[in-house]
Design a binder for this molecule. Sequence first.
Ligand code: GLY
Length: 353
Amino acid sequence: MKELTVNTSRPYRILIEEGCLNEIGAQAAGLFSPGAQAVVVSDSNVAPLYASQVEKSLQAAGFATRLFTFPAGETSKRLATLEQLYSFLAQCNTTRSDFIVALGGGVTGDMAGFAAATYLRGIGYIQVPTTLLSQIDSSVGGKTAVDLPQGKNLVGAFWQPRLVLIDPLTINTLSPHYFADGMGEAIKYGCIRSAALFNRLEKEDARSFLPQMIAECVDIKRQIVEHDERDTGERMLLNFGHTLGHALEKLYHFETLSHGQAVGVGMVMITRASERAGLTHAGTTGRICALLRKYGLPESDSTSMDAIAAATNNDKKSEGGTLNLVLLSQIGESFLHPIPRTQLTSFLKEDAQ
Ligand code: GLY
């Protein structure tokens, strides 16, 4: 079993091993009191696949279990579903010695994590991510949230889990579309911090070293989160490709492009512009495009740069009139490049140079 410790304000472990879903009871026994109640939160796609396996393991370790399910999809990540979850916790007489198990992808982890952060002013939770995207990104680092009609993740809290349990076997039930979605973020980690990971993704098929790839991505995130738990500086590097990617997702009403697809296109657009500005090693954009193609991700989009720049207006990396762009000096090395928001369009547009 691969084990990492995240040294945040309250340290926690990340365990990565094929089949480790069956270990959740034994692992939770080291964290919560015997007889505590575990409320498993999962969506309508994931619960039928894994909830009973997880509940059995928890029960065998002496925990009482309850299951809360909600309809799968980003539209469930809202206050109305959260309110149903709070009511469920109240009906179950959940106390501060009980805990939540977030079993599923990013929507489940973010929403169940926010419920844990706020119910009774904070109870413990375990992240059990079952998509590649949530295994290498959202389950680690304690960002929890729900969406508002005005935008994604607008109401949330930093609340670190007590444990992250990653079973790479759950990736086997993902469609190629969702696998590619996660690969967008894996390529991002290579871009911002690890030329070795990027090279390996170029030379080999990610599926042939999946547990190692997950561990490498998570370890990069661990290091960055340890340095900047509250996202005020270095953690912004994790958002390479995201300023333009989020703008594209918004312009397509979160329907046409998946998160990983949008981030991939965003990485290409921003790197093409920074290469042109002489801030990035020549040829970097071409390598990113080729790797995105290899993993079935798009490298371009026909939306105009004016529309994309305009749609970045509530980017979380903005400070007043300044936008902190995440750029690469070369594959494996990233930096923050603050520019006045008014200069974004000219930075992005070839004919405006
Ligand atoms: N997903 C970016 C972060 O956790 O900071």
